[in-house]
Write a protein that binds this ligand. Structure first.
Ligand code: GRG
Length: 308
């Protein structure tokens, strides 16, 4: 097809401006997170919780929750407490993941890790405090959402974080440390739980709050499963190809720790191809939503294009 100037211009007009969208949503999330957790006595623990919670990060999980809530007919206000809770849970998992007993990292989000600043004892408690507060925050702050939907969301968050989710993925990951014969199935298990489970809860909780029909929920769940795995494949690629400055955490750790990763099984080129296929499958799930899903389409593309 020959592209006329008019066609090019109209395509540009309809191109979704993800940069502005993410910046707007990030600003809303930052403000809500800041408001969510005031410092009271004993200040030390609130300071430690806030240190990691307000340390930046892409805020992808809260943004996904807000986006799917709006897509399926809800509002930002309905979803913001859940969006904040998702970031609290994500942050607590990073604090615990960085501990000497786990990955033993010194840097996260471009700053010293929580235990480096506050000590191991307080970092463990800061993680615990954030996890408990996430559930309290959702239960107390959510407004204009029927109780049955809210209850479903609380259960979804619990499942995503527990042994059926992050904790289960982490325990298998720890088991695989130092093993050279980790199978693709085991690697998929680890990341479907460690990484994809919370992304799935982020995408589907927004839609549950909005009261989306089951068919839409299932579509969004399939979208989330695909971007979840693609996200981890790209994470593994970036660990090899990016610098510490770009990542905000130690680069090349997987190789040093001789960890099984997607590039160690497939190589870099095939890993990139697999991530692109998953993102294409994710976007295909959104077709019935039409232009209304432009933000989710753009976020899926961002997952393979990101540099940190
Ligand atoms: C959940 C009770 C409980 C304990 C924690 C340590 C642990 C169990 C699980 C590990 C979870 C983990 C660290 C998964 C990695 C997920 C991942 C890809 C993190 C990076 O996410 P980004 O890129 O980071 O969204 P930012 O900083 O942008 O938010």
């Amino acid at each position: 097809m020959v592209m006329t100037d008019d066609l090019r211009a109209s395509q540009r007009e309809f191109q979704f401006d993800l940069k502005t969208y993410l910046a707007d949503r990030q600003a809303q999330v930052e403000a809500a997170l800041d408001r969510s957790l005031p410092v009271v006595y004993p200040e030390k623990i609130y300071d430690a919780m806030r240190y990691s919670l307000l340390a930046g990060g892409k805020r992808l999980r809260p943004i996904l929750c807000l986006t799917t809530c709006e897509l399926t007919g809800g509002t930002i206000e309905m979803a913001m407490p859940t969006a904040c809770a998702l970031e609290m849970i994500h942050t607590m998992s990073l604090i615990h993941d960085d501990l000497p007993a786990m990955d033993n990292d010194d840097y996260r989000r471009g700053k010293l890790t929580n235990h480096k600043v506050f000590g191991e004892d307080v970092a463990i408690l800061a993680g615990d405090g954030l996890l408990a507060y996430a559930f309290e925050h959702v239960a107390i702050e959510t407004q204009n959402v029927p109780a049955d939907r809210l209850l479903k969301v609380v259960a979804m968050l619990g499942r995503a974080v527990g042994a059926a989710g992050l904790v289960g993925g982490q325990v298998v990951d720890l088991d695989c440390e130092g093993k050279s014969d980790v199978s693709l199935d085991t690697l998929n298990f680890i990341h479907n739980h460690k990484t994809a489970a919370l992304l799935e809860a982020s995408v589907t909780s927004g839609a549950v709050l909005a009261g989306a029909p089951e068919e839409d929920l299932q579509r969004l769940l399939r979208y989330a499963k695909n971007i979840g795995l693609a996200f981890q494949i790209v994470d593994d690629i970036l660990d090899i190809t990016s610098t510490q400055e770009e990542l905000g955490k130690t680069a090349g750790k997987d190789l040093t720790a001789q960890k099984a990763t997607y590039p160690s099984i497939w190589g870099l080129e095939e890993s990139r191809r697999q991530a692109t296929c998953l993102v294409d499958d994710a976007k295909a799930e959104l077709a019935p939503f039409g232009d209304k899903a432009a933000a989710l389409v753009a976020i899926a593309d961002f997952i393979t294009a990101r540099t940190h």
